[in-house]
Design a protein around this ligand. Structure first.
Ligand SMILES: [Zn+2]
Length: 427
């Protein structure tokens, strides 16, 4: 059963397969300790890690797939219309292509001007310290690259001998980038025919018509000059994976996942509603391997993933996948807790665990003072050596800086109202 730690404004209700934490602050500390001590972490990230950089997500109430979440040249668009603009069919319809290019133009412009968030800096530090095994991101903004991480999908190892015709699906371990962009990247265009990759920025804003491939055009010009037969020319498209098409390097990504399954010791799933089948599979397989290695699987997101058939939160296919579900603002979690050195580490763990016993206290020897010698009983020693109840409590108290006496009260109140774990309304 997943432990649900609700620390942000109440949004989605508890999941059928998550139970309320009995002590959110204690469980939050456990999550932070786990993440800080892991050696081979795999991170699966989604749009939620980039919204603080003003890049819209897709499925939240302000996301692109929500009505009025996107304003095109023709005004506000319906969510389902925007979703259609991410479908591969756009590439074969001149009307849809113009709208698709317009959407790509606005997203690419946002990505170009955006700066990495606290999450991206954390990821970069994780990689520098050698503790990031891999980040699989669904984001196309490439903010990881701006944060100094290696992003991309490596070229496959060339197959040898008889297997020349086989599809190459293996890569050299040391050539695998730190971040694998599962859905492509917004910063390049490529030719649908010759696969030439070209930076996108010089083409902004993208026109309302097909962009011919300069490489194919050059080849045609040369062939014409040599009086050779003309060949078909390709056109450019954004290098992002659209609905209705397979990832052209899906097999390679699969082989990287296979490698990482062998050593992952902690899985952090962050800022994603896990709606895409391929990503769900990666998370489930990573979770299994992490748990087999006694590692923890942590979800940080406003919502618990939707279940099978989209029927409400907490469907059966997410049973036992996560150990903790932290419902908290992502950047605040990174900044105020995970990377905040004053959180937890300033308080020696032993102080919390080991009670101050009278036997230990009696080891202390104080020199007598003139006042103590004047007194008849041994009361002064006791007064000095035995802490009062309030003093003892003060000495061993663990101070966790948190949002939260108010939050805790709200939580307790909420827990009473919703106990034990109802499904949210309308799901
Ligand atoms: Zn071309």
């Amino acid at each position: 059963m997943t432990i649900h730690i609700p620390l942000s404004t109440p949004g989605a209700g508890p999941s059928k397969y998550a139970s309320w934490s009995s002590d959110p602050q204690d469980d939050l500390a456990a999550v932070v300790r786990t993440l800080r001590s892991s050696k081979k972490m795999v991170v699966v990230s989604g749009a939620g890690v980039s919204t603080a950089a003003d890049i819209p997500d897709f499925r939240s109430s302000t996301g692109l797939f929500h009505d009025n979440g996107y304003t095109s040249g023709k005004g506000k668009a319906r969510g389902d219309q925007v979703k259609d603009l991410f479908h591969v069919k756009c590439l074969s319809s001149s009307t849809l292509l113009a709208q698709h290019y317009s959407l790509i133009t606005s997203l690419a412009s946002l990505a170009i001007s955006a700066n990495p968030t606290c999450f991206h800096s954390y990821l970069s530090e994780l990689a520098s310290s050698g503790r990031l095994l891999r980040c699989y991101t669904q984001n196309i903004d490439n903010l990881e690259s701006k944060a100094g991480l290696q992003v991309g999908i490596p070229l496959p190892k060339k197959p040898r001998g008889k297997s020349q015709k086989q599809k190459a699906t293996t890569v050299h371990e040391n050539r695998i980038p730190e971040v694998i962009p599962l859905h492509g990247l917004l910063d390049t265009l490529h030719c649908v025919l010759c696969q030439t990759v070209i930076p996108l920025e010089p083409y902004l804003p993208l026109p309302e018509h097909v962009i011919p491939c300069p490489t194919c055009q050059l080849a045609s010009t040369i062939r014409a000059a040599l009086s050779e037969r003309t060949r078909r020319s390709g056109h450019l498209r954004a290098s992002v994976i659209l609905y209705g098409e397979e990832h052209p390097q899906g097999d390679l990504i699969g082989s990287i996942v296979e490698k990482d399954l062998k050593s992952v010791d902690c899985l952090l799933v962050i800022g994603t509603s896990l709606s895409v089948p391929g990503v769900k599979r990666i998370v489930k397989e990573m979770s299994k391997s992490t748990k087999a290695r006694k590692g923890k699987v942590i979800l940080v997101n406003d919502e618990y993933p939707k279940g099978l058939n989209g029927a409400g939160s907490g469907g059966g296919d997410w049973r036992d996948i996560f150990d903790f579900w932290l419902q908290i603002d992502i950047q605040s979690f990174i900044k105020d807790y995970l990377t905040n050195e004053d959180y937890i580490t300033s308080i020696p763990k032993e102080e919390k665990k080991i009670p101050i016993t009278p036997r230990k206290m009696n080891k202390l020897v104080y020199p007598p003072t003139p006042e103590s010698l004047d007194r008849p009983s041994k009361a002064p020693d006791q007064a000095m050596l035995t802490p009062t109840k309030s003093k003892k409590r003060k000495e061993i108290e663990v101070v966790i800086p948190t949002p939260t006496s108010t939050m805790k009260r709200k939580y307790v109140k909420r827990q009473r109202e919703v106990s034990p774990s109802p499904m949210p309304k309308g799901n």
